[in-house]
Design a binder for this molecule. Structure first.
Ligand code: PLP
Length: 430
């Protein structure tokens, strides 16, 4: 079986792989790296920082400084997809709007911002800066900034992680160096420079940019490296979304159980965001949630890593793929060092999607729902249809597409993608 999938991957034919390592989830198991307690501790830390976030980012006023996105029903899009796919999705289609997460408009506002806050807290403790009688809004005070300014945050990014880490770090007074891979869009670099961030451009892909960042940070003890290929802190920052999603579904009267399972479709790059979210969801919903990962046809690094069992020891280049895709947030050729090993038994399936399909769905999602996503964020949109054609026996349930970015994309650039999608749709109907 895996031979067939491998061949199709290297030939750039659409692939859906039902993961043969997928297992019933053992909530009592102690051999996992993390537990629900770790997720709760992470959420508590974010709560402590909420007064600070509210002060620094007025757009979080309404949510009391909590960085969260809504869940919305996308009935019109579902109707379009039913028609385009020639199949009725068995259950209701929803979208998780991380494309409009406050502060940086992508899923990276979860992990990236959390890791910076946690580090800031560590420094504040080390330097005895915290007044225990005050809330964490005190982190804006000069005595904090004076310390943070002696430290440099370093990270590598295809764009969005750099935005979330760059903006948060700069607001707290840190110096910031962001290593950008060749995929990173010029507007993301420009925006970061406006925040006073040093942007280091690389002609290479993501793995090389990470290496450069890690090398830079290793040299100095006043440098802190956010390691997207290996960060447990990022992972937990993403996992918190599961606690919040549970509350949102409860409020919407959607009960997840064996008669109404939750199917979740997650765009995957290096694996941290979808991996952390999938882990959180498994801790909350156990066997009643079925995570599925979506990757570009040119960058199926996690699929390849899990399927081959080689994880970060294999790159998509090893099977002849070039890792060039319009889905810049997913343009990663080699997966995280630990995500695949940590979550491989929790992911029901993996599939690939063509750039052209991303463009078309970008256009249609605007036309049907007036939602403005970036191409990467559409990778999960088709997941339910792909899954149900692989598994005709699956129990109908609630389908949730995780939208991962879009809000920060400048309108004129987004418009170009929209127009391109229109052209493709026109050609198809000719
Ligand atoms: C980073 C990113 C992802 C995937 O997250 P990983 O942690 O790299 O797997 C998905 N969508 C967008 C828009 C992103 O920026």
């Amino acid at each position: 079986m895996s031979e067939v999938i491998l061949k199709r991957l290297s030939e750039m034919t659409d692939v859906f792989w039902l993961n043969d390592k997928y297992e019933p989830y053992d909530l009592t198991s102690e051999d996992g790296v993390f537990t629900i307690e770790d997720i709760k501790t992470t959420e508590e830390r974010l709560m402590k920082f909420a007064p600070l976030i509210k002060q620094l980012f007025p757009e979080t006023e309404n949510s009391g400084g909590i960085i969260e996105s809504p869940v919305e029903r996308i009935e019109n899009m579902q109707r379009y997809l039913n028609e385009a796919e020639g199949a009725d999705l068995t259950g209701d289609l929803y979208i998780k709007r991380d494309d409009i997460l406050p502060i940086s408009g992508s899923v990276k506002a979860r992990g990236g911002i959390y890791e910076i806050l946690k580090y800031a807290e560590e420094l504040a403790v080390e330097y005895n800066l915290i007044d225990v009688g005050e809330d964490y809004a005190q982190f804006v005070l000069e005595r904090f900034r004076a310390v943070f300014n002696q430290y440099t945050i370093v990270c590598a990014s295809t764009g969005n992680l750099g935005l979330s880490i760059g903006i948060m770090s700069a607001e707290l007074g840190f110096k910031v160096d962001i290593h950008m891979s060749v995929d990173a869009k010029p507007w993301k670099k420009a925006l970061l420079r406006d925040y006073g961030v040093t942007v280091i451009e690389h002609e290479d892909d993501y793995s090389k940019a990470v290496e450069a960042g890690r090398d830079e940070a290793l040299k100095r003890k006043d440098f802190y490296f956010v390691d997207d290929e290996d960060s447990e802190t990022l992972f937990l920052g993403y996992a918190v979304s599961a606690l919040r999603l549970k509350r949102q579904l409860d409020e919407a009267g959607i009960e997840i159980n064996s008669d109404n399972p939750l199917y979740v479709y997650l765009p995957c790059g290096v694996g941290g965001a979808p991996g952390g979210i999938a882990f959180g969801l498994k801790e909350i919903f156990g066997d009643n949630v079925h995570p599925v990962f979506a990757e570009p046809i040119n960058s199926p690094c996690m699929l390849l890593g899990v399927l081959s069992g080689k994880h970060d020891e294999i790159s998509v280049r090893d099977i002849g793929l070039d890792n060039v895709t319009i889905a810049d947030g997913l343009a990663v050729g080699r997966p995280s060092k630990f995500i695949g090993k940590t979550v491989e038994k929790m992911i029901e399936g993996f599939y690939t999607v063509h750039d052209e399909a991303l463009y078309k769905m970008l256009t249609k999602l605007w036309d049907t729902e007036q939602m403005k996503l970036e191409p990467s964020a559409l990778a999960g949109m088709i997941g339910g249809y792909r899954l149900q054609s692989e598994r005709p026996d699956m129990v109908p349930g609630t389908h949730l597409v995780w939208s991962t970015g879009g809000n920060m994309v400048p309108d004129d650039l987004w418009k170009q993608d929209y127009e391109h999608g229109l052209e493709l749709l026109d050609k198809q109907s000719d």
